[in-house]
Design a protein around this ligand. Structure first.
Ligand code: AMP
Ligand code: MG
Length: 421
C-alpha cells in the first residue's frame, strides 16, 4: 500500500485567497443595454454629456415670478399664462406678472423664482402671494445634480438601481461592463445519480451540482450545467478539456481529498501546464481545495470538496470572490460584521478557523448569531437554515454574550429579530 500523503501544503484562508486571486484575470468588457446591466460592474468611466437638470425648472407646483415683485407681502401679480412640464412658455415673464407653473416645467425667461401654490390665492386674473419670495426659491438650476463633462461613475462601479436611473437620465442606452462569467459546473463520483430513477445500493443523488449552479447564479454568474461524471480519469479529462473551450470558469465538486478514487488532482496536473495548486485550507469545514488554469485562454478550474456543506462553504469563502473578481468587482468578498453569540460556541484547538453555520437576526442592539443544530459537513439540511457563518479563530471558541465576527450570506434579507419572537 502507498503511504498516505497529504494532498498539498496547508495555507491560511487569506493565503489561499491571494494565491487564487493571483491566478485570475478580469473578463474582457462587453457593451450591453442599460436595462440588462443591474449588478454588473462598469468597465469604462461614464462622463456626463449634459447638465442634469439641463434647464432651470420648477421644484414645486405654484407660480413663476420675479422675486423683486414680491418684496412686500402680500403682493398682487397678473396671471398671464400656464407653463406645464414638457411645454415651455412661448413668451417671457415681465415685471408684475406671474405664470402658473407645475413641477418640472421650464422656468419662463424673466422669471427667477417659484411661489408654492399653498402660499398663493387666485383672485380673478390676479394672484395674491402671501409671502416674500426669495430669489431662486424652488428653482432647480442646470447642473445641480450632474455637470456636463464631469465623471458620473468610475470604472469598477457596481450598478445598482439608482445608477441605472442616473444613466437613463443622461440618455445612456448601453454601458461597457465586465460580463457575467459563464461558469460550468460538474460533479464527480461513482455514487452519484443525476436521473430521477430509484437509487441502487450505495448511490446518492447529485445535490452539489444543483447547489453550485444556484450559488453561481446568486453570485451574478451565468451557470452552465456540465453534468455528473464518474471517478474516471479519462472521462474527467475529456470533460475539463471540452468545458474550458466554452466556459470562463469551471467548478468541480468531489474527488479532491486523499481517497483512492480522487482523480481531479491527477487530471488537472496533466492539463494545467504547471499552474495546478492543490492545498489544504486551514478552515473547517471545506479543507481541501485545488485550482489550475487550463487551455489557451487560461480558464480557471476550481475544485471544491464533495461533502455538500463543504462545497457550499468552499464556494462562499473562496470561489464566489474569484468569480466576482473576474466580473470586475473591487470588493469581492462577503461582508463580515460583529454579532453577539446567542449561545456558547465551543470548539477545539486544531490550527483551523471554524466556520459555524448560524442564523443571524438583527435587533435594536445589532446582530445576534445562533448556531443551527447539525454542524456536520454532510448536514446540508441544517445548513439551509443558516444565513451566516460565525468565524471562530483557532482557540476555545466563544461564550454566549460575547462578540463574534459573522459573514453574512444574505445581507439584503437579514431578518429582524421580531420575526422570531
Ligand atoms: P469526495 O469529496 O468525493 O470524497 O466526497 C465526499 C462526500 O461527499 C462523500 O460522502 C460523497 O458521496 C459526497 N458527495 C460527493 N459529491 C457529491 C454530490 N455531487 N452530491 C452530493 N454528495 C456528494
Ligand atoms: Mg468522490
Amino acid at each position: 500500500m502507498p503511504r498516505f500523503e497529504r494532498p498539498g501544503p496547508t495555507y491560511s484562508l487569506d493565503d489561499a485567497r491571494s494565491r487564487l486571486r493571483s491566478s485570475l484575470h478580469r473578463l474582457a468588457p462587453v457593451s450591453i443595454p442599460l436595462d440588462d446591466a443591474l449588478g454588473a460592474v462598469l468597465a469604462e468611466p461614464v462622463i456626463a454629456a449634459d447638465d442634469i437638470p439641463s434647464f432651470a425648472n420648477a421644484a414645486m407646483d405654484g407660480y413663476a415670478v420675479r422675486a423683486a415683485d414680491t418684496s412686500v407681502a402680500p403682493s398682487v401679480l397678473r396671471v398671464v399664462g400656464r407653463v406645464l412640464a414638457g411645454h415651455p412658455s412661448s413668451r417671457p415673464l415681465d415685471a408684475g406678472e406671474a405664470m402658473v407653473i407645475t413641477t418640472g416645467a421650464p422656468l419662463p425667461e424673466g422669471a427667477d423664482s417659484v411661489c408654492m401654490i399653498e402660499h398663493a390665492v387666485l383672485d380673478g386674473d390676479d394672484v395674491v402671494l402671501e409671502e416674500v419670495v426669495k430669489k431662486g426659491q424652488h428653482v432647480r438650476y442646470p447642473g445641480e445634480d450632474i455637470r456636463r463633462g464631469s465623471l458620473v461613475f468610475e470604472v469598477g462601479t457596481e450598478l445598482r438601481p439608482a445608477h441605472i436611473g442616473v444613466l437613463a437620465s443622461l440618455g445612456v442606452g448601453g454601458v461597457a461592463v465586465f460580463p457575467k462569467a459563464r461558469v460550468g459546473v460538474f460533479s464527480t463520483g461513482d455514487e452519484l445519480r443525476s436521473d430521477p430513477g430509484p437509487l441502487e445500493p450505495g448511490q446518492i443523488r447529485d445535490s452539489n451540482r444543483h447547489l453550485l449552479l444556484a450559488l453561481v447564479r446568486r453570485a451574478g454568474g451565468e451557470p452552465i450545467d456540465l453534468g455528473t461524471l464518474k471517478d474516471n480519469e479519462t472521462e474527467i479529462q475529456r470533460a475539463v478539456e471540452a468545458a474550458v473551450t466554452t466556459c470562463d470558469v469551471v467548478i468541480t465538486s468531489g474527488g479532491v481529498s486523499v481517497g483512492v478514487a480522487d482523480q481531479m488532482k491527477t487530471v488537472l496536473g496533466r492539463l494545467s501546464g504547471g499552474s495546478l495548486q492543490w492545498m489544504e485550507v486551514a478552515i473547517k469545514p471545506a479543507k481541501p481545495f485545488g485550482f489550475a488554469t487550463v487551455g489557451a485562454a487560461g480558464v480557471p478550474v476550481l475544485c471544491v470538496p464533495g461533502n455538500p456543506v463543504s462545497a457550499l462553504v468552499s464556494f462562499e469563502i473562496l470561489v464566489r470572490g474569484a468569480l466576482r473578481f473576474m466580473m470586475g468587482h473591487g470588493v469581492s468578498e462577503r461582508t463580515t460584521l460583529p454579532a453577539i453569540a446567542a449561545e456558547d460556541l465551543p470548539r477545539r484547538r486544531d490550527g483551523k478557523v471554524h466556520l459555524i453555520r448560524v442564523i443571524v437576526e438583527a435587533n435594536e442592539d445589532g446582530l445576534l448569531a445562533r448556531p443551527v443544530v447539525g454542524q456536520g459537513s454532510h448536514q446540508l439540511h441544517a445548513t439551509a437554515l443558516a444565513n451566516g457563518f460565525a468565524i471562530l479563530p483557532d482557540g476555545d471558541g466563544a461564550e454566549a454574550g460575547t462578540q463574534v465576527p459573522v459573514l453574512l450570506l444574505d445581507p439584503e434579507d437579514l431578518p429582524a429579530a421580531e420575526v422570531f419572537r
